[in-house]
Every structure is written in structure tokens, then in C-alpha cells.
Write a protein that binds this ligand. Sequence first.
Ligand SMILES: C[S@@+](CC[C@H](N)C(=O)[O-])C[C@H]1O[C@@H](n2cnc3c(N)ncnc32)[C@H](O)[C@@H]1O
Length: 293
Amino acid sequence: MQQDPGGRPPSPRSVLLAEVAQATQRLADAGVPSPRTDAEELAAFVHGVKRGALHTVRDADFDARYWEVVARREAREPLQHITGRAYFRYLELQVGPGVFVPRPETESVVGWAIDAVRAMDVVEPCIVDLCTGSGAIALALAQEVPRSRVHAVELSEDALVWTRKNMQGSRVDLRQGDALDAFHDLDGQVDLVISNPPYIPLTEWEYVAPEARDHDPQMALFSGEDGLDLIRGLERTAHRLLRPGGVVVVEHADTQGGQVPWIFTEERGWADAADHPDLNNRPRFATARKALP
Ligand SMILES: C[S@@+](CC[C@H](N)C(=O)[O-])C[C@H]1O[C@@H](n2cnc3c(N)ncnc32)[C@H](O)[C@@H]1O
């Protein structure tokens, strides 16, 4: 082992630390929003350890493939496509081209839903996840709400390749189809409808981060000029599915907090329509209760 000029032997991971620092700088220069975290995650991925165990990688084990994955991230390929995994609440999901990468802001939408279902005091709550993508929402609810009966629907065959992998061995009832025409067999029986649908206005295309714009499926992102086409349709679907007193929770863009709750009006059979912020205090999801007769 080489001695530094001060006579001390280098730490067993000084090479890795230096490479991660250099990668962090390259990712920052490329405009990656969390360069240090991503540089560490990529190092952990290449060396087959968790990020928290990076200190166990010895200099002698440094793997030059690190620079290949750093270059991909530098080109703004999503971290999760490179590693093939995404974390969502207590889940580790498989993701890649063809499926939307679940986002941290959706975790608070699920958190609200879990609280709402618990407050209902229903023994076997019936939950429907419309536009399930990787299955993140449906799987989290199945895991965190014991005895729930969870149903999920997704339209895209490309996304479903990943949904099926993630749901293998789970008790979620997964179906392929249009969310707006789904689950007629459950009409009037559902306790909670949840959805993170596509909602970005087409007019905002040029402002979308390259990771999403160039790698998430277009069908997962956009929904008409103002982004609300699918949410307007989901309002009718949720009303059809829910039992009286059941609740709907729908994620939206942080610019849509003034619009989405107004889709769930009293005239259309809703009560208690409200909007809620995410952990960054940005408007993030609307909720409403199906009015009692
Ligand atoms: C923003 S992604 C959300 C995925 C997942 N729920 C999540 O939170 O990570 C929206 C998903 O809706 C699906 N989708 C779009 N239109 C749909 C429709 N009419 N019926 C069912 N799924 C649809 C897309 O393919 C995509 O997987």
C-alpha cells in the first residue's frame, strides 16, 4: 500500500472516494439535480452493495465500469433505468424503458390514502388503483393495509411487462385496460379509488426534465392541452366505482391545485373536495368523498 507524503497509508477506500467526488462534479456540470446521491448510488450499484455499505469497498476492488454508468447518467438517463430499481415507501421495484419511474411525491399521496382507509374502519377495504404503471401504489397499499383487497389497471402493454414482474406473488388483482372503462364488476363497492394519472399539460413539454421527457413513456406524462383530460374522465369512473361515503384521491401537477378539486363538485355527487400539499409543501393531490344519497 502506498504511503502519502505525510507518511500515513491511504485509507482503504481513498480511490473510491476520489472517483465519487469526480463523478459528482461531472453530474453537477450536466445539470443532474442530486449529483452526490446519484454518484454514490451508481458506485453502490456497480460494486453490488447498498449505498450505506460503500465504505466496505476496498480500493483494490474499484470497478472501472463505474465510468460507463456515470457517462449514462451524465447524458441524463434516469438513475433508476441504469440500476433497474426504484424505491417507493417500503418497496424495491423493477423499472426500465416502457414504464414510469415512481416518484417520491407520490409516497405522500399513498400515505394520505392509508390514513383514510384506516379511518373508515372497514374490515376488508376494497381499493382500486387506476393507471398503476410499475404497480407502486397498488403494491404499497396491499403491503401496508392488511386485509385490503387491491385491484389495479394499466393500459400500456410496455408498462405491464414491468407491472407483472413487480406483482409476481402479490395479492393485487391486475388487469389490462382503459382506466375509464375498468372494473364494472366493482361498481358501487369500492372504498377508495386512487390514481396518479398522466397530468402534464402538452404546452409544458419543453420544460419537462430530460429524464422524464426522453425516458418516461409519453402516455404516462401528458393528457391534453391543460393536462386534465384524464382526470376529468377519472372523476366519472371514481363516482361509478365508489360506494356512498367512499373516497377518491388523485395526484396532479403542482400548478393544478386550484383546478382539480373543482372537478369534484357537489352537483356531480361529491362532498368534502379538498387539495393537499406534498412534503415540499407544493399542491400535489386532490381528494373528495362520494356524497351519501
Ligand atoms: C404518471 S404514470 C403513474 C404510474 C404509477 N401509478 C406511479 O405512480 O408510479 C401514469 C400511468 O397511467 C397509464 N395510463 C395512461 N392512460 C391510461 C388509461 N386510459 N388507462 C389506464 N392507464 C393509463 C400510463 O401508461 C402510466 O403507466
